[in-house]
Ligand binder design. Structure first.
Ligand code: 2HA
Ligand code: ZN
Length: 274
């Protein structure tokens, strides 16, 4: 089968285009990666041409030998639908999880996303934490979430609680909460370590004054997670634009009742009295 005809590639392209249409990917902003199933890579094997081994910049032994579909460094989400073969690539990791090689794509040259260390370290944490269920890591620059990093305290507790309050579905969609990474230089191992540490407990991490990372089982769930957090952030921005005091809101005991009916566990550290 042609790589571009495979359903996991089609799903990846659609998600990238959905993010572009949301306005989350100005210029070359954001990046997306998918951990390919063995049977999926088998389908497209004849089109793979391995390049040279290149250091990842970190070590991910739990992902040794795995294949990933990832966006390219400096490539635009806007072009993924029209020029996928130049915008995205399939990479293979070596037997130690120290190097990668490009096996398909980036026809005009280039490298995988500049955030490859963060993507792979998040994948590694999620493989271990979910028994391999999570396959998608998504980074975008949604404006309302970023705006809140200038006005809310940069704590997991503040972001989780404030965003849970803005839409009843939120604690059901991200019951474990949201982690916050203080401002750091992007692109390297240090921010990757900080993010993947948070991903041990959360499926969402916010990078102050930069953007958001989400992890999920498939394209629908991971895109939906980013979309839900950003929608909630948009509501909070609107509320804060009208007033600094909410007349009424969802209270800690309301969340506790919701948790029972929707069969989710909401950590008590987010249900503090204000
Ligand atoms: O330009 O979003 O964080 C890609 C990015 C870097
Ligand atoms: Zn970014």
């Amino acid at each position: 089968m042609r790589v571009l005809d495979a359903s996991f590639v089609q799903g990846f392209m659609r998600m990238a285009d959905d993010g572009w249409q949301q306005g989350w990917h100005e210029r070359n902003g954001g990046n997306l990666s998918y951990r390919i199933r063995p049977e999926e890579i088998e389908q497209v094997k004849e089109e793979l041409v391995p390049g040279v081994w290149t250091p990842i910049g970190t070590t991910v032994p739990a992902l040794a030998g795995e294949y990933f579909l990832v966006t390219g460094s400096g490539k635009y989400f806007r072009n993924v639908m029209t020029r996928p073969e130049d915008s995205i690539c399939i990479i293979e990791l070596d037997e130690k999880g120290e190097n990668y090689r490009i096996c398909w794509g980036l026809t005009g040259g280039g490298r995988p996303t500049s955030e490859l260390p963060s993507h792979l370290m998040n994948h590694e944490v999620k493989v271990l934490a979910t028994g391999g269920k999570h396959r998608v890591i998504y980074h975008a620059h949604p404006a309302n979430t970023i705006a809140l990093t200038f006005v809310l305290p940069l704590t997991d507790e503040a972001f989780t609680r404030e965003l849970w309050e803005m839409a009843t579905e939120c604690p059901v969609v991200f019951p474990s909460g949201i982690g916050v990474v203080p401002w750091m230089v992007p692109g390297g191992r240090e921010i990757a370590v900080a993010t993947s540490e948070l991903m041990k407990q959360y499926d969402v991490a916010i990078w102050a004054h930069h953007g958001m990372f989400c992890s999920g089982e498939d394209f629908d769930l991971t895109f939906g997670l980013m979309h839900t957090v950003e929608k909630s952030a948009e509501i909070l921005v609107k509320v804060l634009s009208m007033t600094s005091v909410k007349r009424q809101t969802i209270l800690p005991d309301d969340f506790r009742r919701l948790a029972v009916d929707f069969k989710v566990t909401l950590p008590e550290k987010f249900l503090y009295e204000k």
